[in-house]
Design a protein around this ligand. Structure first.
Ligand SMILES: Nc1nc2c(ncn2[C@@H]2O[C@H](COP(=O)(O)OP(=O)(O)OP(=O)(O)O)[C@@H](O)[C@H]2O)c(=O)[nH]1
Length: 657
């Protein structure tokens, strides 16, 4: 085989047929190279699935491995892109055929009797061309969970040439953008009815948090298996694959940790999204990374969740290291509470490591309870349970010989019982639509897809939305919730929106989609009420920080320390404090840093923010410094905003304090 074929820029028309790929001859390879190819093929297959589900033949994979010098990561990336290219090519072909059929139909209808008599068929009953609806890569595939931000499935948009010129675009546009077909009032009425419906499963999202290696992914992988959401074939493939790289204890985690780096390192690096159902709840699960290097990804996941599932490792010394200062058990709890999560389930895991000791379980619950209260969780909204994630004990049931020791002292609910009683939050469907984008990836045909959680309002197919910051609008081509196509979605739903009529370069993670008639404020300077975390170096005026808002981080400066406040009453304790030490509540003025340097960068154009009083989910921020989260807060007042009406000039309006 030659290494000189440009795999990334292959013409998909030629590549559609695997037989078209020249063999080139394996005889050029040494036995070692052949072994490497076969080994690589096995690894790629573990990730992308078999030929039927991946649409890529062994031969194509071997070719790619050869071209990429046996690099499995690059080959997997190529395979995902290739699959998408093939899908687009098929859609184009189908569109052309539909167009041809329509033309023939039109010709027939202009000469009805002649056509009818010639064809011997009745006139006027053309077969309606099927409408193609974009589907995400994850739907129906045997690949692991869909990842949210930096997944292999979040593809390099340049590979698709989505912006490659008018002719190309026109060719790809197989149908005009859809029009809004349902009146807004009707959508609201339907949404209200669906939310109130008795007997309907209530939708809720939960973020899985905890210190690194607590067993979060293992617990979710095992739970998905117990609930029939992970099939035997994938389970066995994960067992084989993890054993092969000497990480067999991570086989359950492979159900969630899908990238090669995550699997090789045995850690979660990005949020993985999965769904599961309990008798009364339809649950979106966001598995967050525990490692402190990936806190921004964890924040992105937590800002999309209603509730949290905290997993702690009960092994001697392990709970303690996660709970001590700097441990992620502590930090994650503070973060999720700051982001508005009020309900938490604590799964005390790996009890098999401490011989199912009741006293160890009680000790851990006893240490966590006061901390949870201190962090702002109400005891009535905090539930505890003992589990053995690896063996699947007390997840769906607490029966069988493996659970015998636990059953001697534990008679409480299982994890599924507790998930089933989570209280869904009140959804504000009448407020303006806000969709902070947590991921951008390729849609089908000419479109691009974005995912995120609706923080207000309703969205429907055909709706025109503005992407902020920026001047571009998009039209919603289709909407998916849990891989099901739906005509509309309401506040609180985690959705994938397939957009058209927009260049994908204008859609960024952290941008917010909203109606053109009701734009989000782009704040460049604002007052926030914050709570300072357990920091060692106090905050002073002029400090350089990062503001995290949903999936966006922007450099900012703490311009002014306005006052410290009484945490209980909110009353001013001291005006113009010189420093803010740990535990203090304060009002500060923040300004995006790039506004002071240049008036044209995206950060300078402000962050799409609302005051907490207007929209709680859109008004929360976290403040980080040097990789550490130092404070959480809410925007209470804008001091300077980017003027959207004159945005092409990059005007920043100063508003009096
Ligand atoms: N003995 C025992 N080991 C477990 C159990 N649950 C998880 N583990 C092991 O703990 C290790 C870490 O598991 P993961 O599921 O990757 O942990 P995690 O919390 O998802 O890790 P990060 O996402 O990287 O923070 C693996 O070796 C698991 O096999 C359990 O119930 N018992």
């Amino acid at each position: 085989m030659s290494r000189h074929r440009d795999i990334r820029n292959m013409n998909y028309r030629d590549e559609l047929d695997d037989a078209a790929i020249s063999d080139g001859g394996d005889e050029d390879m040494t036995p070692e190279q052949q072994a490497q190819i076969n080994d690589g093929l096995e690894q790629v297959r573990l990730i992308i699935g078999d030929e039927a589900s991946s649409d890529i033949s062994d031969r194509s994979i071997k070719e790619a491995l050869w071209e990429y010098y046996f690099d499995v990561d690059k080959t997997v990336q190529w395979a995902y892109e290739e699959r998408q290219r093939r899908k687009i090519a098929r859609e184009r072909k189908a569109a052309k055929e539909r167009e041809k059929a329509l033309k023939q139909q039109a010709q027939r209808s202009t000469a009805p009797s002649a056509a009818a008599s010639r064809a011997g068929t009745p006139v006027g009953s053309p077969s309606k061309p099927k409408k193609s609806i974009g589907v995400s890569f994850a739907s129906g595939s045997s690949t692991p969970a869909r990842k949210m931000a930096t997944d292999q499935q979040q593809l390099d948009l340049s590979g698709l040439n989505l912006t490659a010129g008018a002719t190309n675009q026109a060719e790809v546009l197989d149908e005009p953008p859809p029009k809004m077909s349902i009146a807004r009032e009707k959508v609201l009425e339907e949404a209200r009815r669906a939310l109130d419906a008795e007997g309907e499963k209530k939708g809720i999202s939960i973020v899985v948090i905890g210190h690194v290696d607590a067993g979060k992914s293992t617990l979710m992988g095992r739970l998905l298996y117990e609930l029939g959401r992970l099939d035997e074939k994938t389970k066995r493939a994960n067992e084989r694959g993890s054993e092969k790289i000497g990480k067999s204890s991570f086989s359950w985690a492979w159900g969630l940790d899908g990238t090669i780096e995550e699997r090789e390192r045995g850690i979660t690096m990005d949020i993985a999204l999965q769904t599961l159902a309990t008798p009364n709840r339809q649950i979106t699960v966001l598995d967050a990374p525990g490692h402190k290097d990936f806190i921004p990804n964890m924040i992105s996941g937590a800002s999309q969740a209603d509730c949290a599932l905290l997993v702690v490792d009960s092994t001697t010394g392990e709970f303690e290291s996660g709970f001590q200062r700097g441990g992620q058990t502590r930090e994650h709890l503070i973060l999720v509470r700051s982001l508005g999560v009020a309900q938490v389930i604590v799964a005390v895991n790996k009890l098999d490591q401490v011989e199912w000791s009741r006293s160890r379980y009680d000790e851990i619950c006893g240490a966590l309870r006061p901390f949870l209260v201190q962090t702002g969780f109400q005891p009535s909204k905090t539930k505890f349970l003992p589990v053995g994630a690896m063996q699947g004990i007390n997840l769906v049931s607490c029966d069988g010989p493996a659970a015998a020791e636990l059953k001697q002292w534990y008679k409480g609910p299982t994890l599924v019982d507790l998930l089933d009683t989570l209280v869904p939050p009140v959804r504000d469907i009448t407020s303006p639509l806000r969709v902070p984008i947590s991921n951008v990836f390729k849609g089908s045909g000419s479109g691009v897809a974005v995912s995120g959680r609706l923080c207000g309002g309703v969205v429907q197919v055909g709706e025109k939305l503005r992407a902020l910051p920026g001047e571009e609008t998009a039209i919603v081509k289709s909407i998916e919730i849990e891989d099901q196509s739906v005509p509309w979605a309401a506040s609180g739903s985690n959705v994938t929106l397939y957009l058209t009529a927009i260049d994908p370069v204008n859609l960024n993670v952290g941008s917010v989609l909203c109606p053109s008639t009701d734009l989000v404020t782009l704040a460049t300077s604002f007052v926030a009420r914050i709570i300072v975390f357990d920091i060692q170096v106090p905050i002073t005026a002029g400090a350089s920080v990062e503001i995290c808002h949903h999936s966006r981080d922007v450099p900012a400066t703490v311009v002014k320390l306005i006052s410290t406040l009484d945490r209980a009453s909110g009353k001013v304790v001291k005006q113009n404090p010189r420093v803010l030490a740990k535990g203090v509540s304060a009002e500060v003025r923040l300004a995006l840093r790039t506004t002071q340097i240049s008036g044209s960068s995206s950060a300078a154009r402000g962050i799409p923010l609302e005051t907490f009083a207007t929209n709680k989910d859109m008004g929360r921020i976290l403040i980080r410094r040097g990789g550490e989260t130092i404070a959480a807060g809410k925007a209470i007042n804008f001091l300077a905003v980017f003027d959207i009406l004159t945005s092409f000039k990059g005007v920043v309006l100063e508003i009096d304090e």
